[in-house]
Write a protein of this length. Structure first.
Lengths: 194, 153
């Protein structure tokens, strides 16, 4: 009896690390970190519901970006090699406020028109759209005095009233109308080639 | 010399008793972040890179469309295809699919349905725009082109 009492019952825990390792490796292999991040976009309404009205938009308020089937850029009628230049060009165009008679009247009237070909690659489309959105996010961010990254953080979470206030201020929301809308018109691709 | 001898006496072992705890911590991290794949993606997915990423807040409101070349080129050819759920689809199937997705949501959240498009960078705009047109018809107008953060140089 005395002998039994001296023995302390113990579970051998030296293999615990091995079990944990096994589980860890299982989750390491099966895991896919959620990457729900990307360029967000609002599509226009159903084309069947839109009544065909001929709206004349003055040439000066349009910033035209064309991409052909071999991913070559034509910006405002001029060929362009470097996609990243679009960002500054759009900022200049939108913030013109009527100074240059060839550029936009006001940010409200400015429209970025983006037309691709059916043969344009998605990669090219994304890199141009990225630049256009970057230009607008930069301008919004500047209006509320934050950085581009902070602006996107703000617009990700509008449930916070302070974020919502900044978001509306950046986009110039007045009486239900935006004074600084992100007017990106993505036209239906042309069918010149495949 | 005596100083060196003294040093040699001290133990040179790293205590390993905290190792299981570290492993457990890693384990819990992966257990929490893991998302089991619900569908097998049958199309190539080389996701393009971009800088101006936005995050989606609520996963329950997101539905996915995959576009790219079929992985089994021998069986399905090399033309990019649309995959929704587990099968290949045509653009005309999208309206019905969107309505099914909307039915799964609460009534007041239906207009917040976001479509995440995972498009291979080699896919052509023609096919993608056909999908967009159908999404407009189906009145699912919140769209996200899934991209990867570009490391700025």
């Amino acid at each position: 009896m005395a002998k039994r009492q001296r023995e302390e019952p113990q579970i051998n825990s030296s293999s615990m690390a091995d079990i944990a390792f096994l589980l860890l490796i299982f989750f390491l292999v099966t895991t896919t970190i959620a990457n729900d991040r990307g360029l967000s976009l609002q599509l226009p309404p159903n084309p069947d519901d839109i009544v065909d009205v001929d709206i004349k938009i003055p040439e000066r308020n349009l910033f035209k970006i064309l991409v052909n089937s071999s991913d070559k850029l034509l910006v405002e009628g001029e060929p362009l090699e470097d996609v990243t230049k679009i960002r500054e060009m759009i900022k200049e165009f939108v913030l013109n406020n009527g100074r240059d008679p060839k550029s936009s009247d006001s940010p409200k009237d400015a429209i970025v028109s983006f037309k691709t070909d059916r043969g344009t690659s998605q990669q090219m489309f994304i890199s141009v759209l990225d630049q256009v959105q970057a230009a607008y996010y930069d301008m919004y961010a500047e209006r509320v005095g934050v950085t581009n990254e902070q602006w996107r953080e703000i617009s990700n979470d509008l449930s916070d009233p302070e974020n919502k206030r900044l978001y509306d201020k950046g986009r110039g929301l007045k009486n239900g109308q935006l004074e600084f809308p992100m007017n990106i018109s993505i036209a239906e691709p042309s069918k010149t080639s495949n | 010399m005596s100083k060196f001898k003294k040093k040699a006496k001290t133990k040179q072992e790293i205590p390993t008793s905290a190792l299981p705890d570290i492993i457990f911590m890693l384990l819990f991290f992966f257990m929490v972040t893991t998302v089991m794949r619900e569908v097998t993606v049958n199309v190539k997915q080389r996701i393009p890179e971009a800088t101006q990423l936005r995050k989606l807040q609520r996963k329950s409101l997101v539905s996915y469309i995959y576009i790219g070349e079929p992985k089994k080129a021998g069986e399905f050819g090399t033309e990019p295809k649309i995959q929704i759920n587990d099968a290949f689809a045509d653009p005309k199937d999208i309206i019905q699919w969107v309505n099914e997705q909307k039915d799964e949501l609460d009534e007041n959240e239906r207009d917040q349905l976001t479509i995440a498009m995972k498009v291979d960078e080699e896919a052509k705009r023609g096919l993608v725009s056909d999908v967009e047109l159908e999404l407009r018809r189906a009145n699912a107008r919140k769209l996200l082109y899934t991209t990867i953060q570009k490391t700025e140089d």
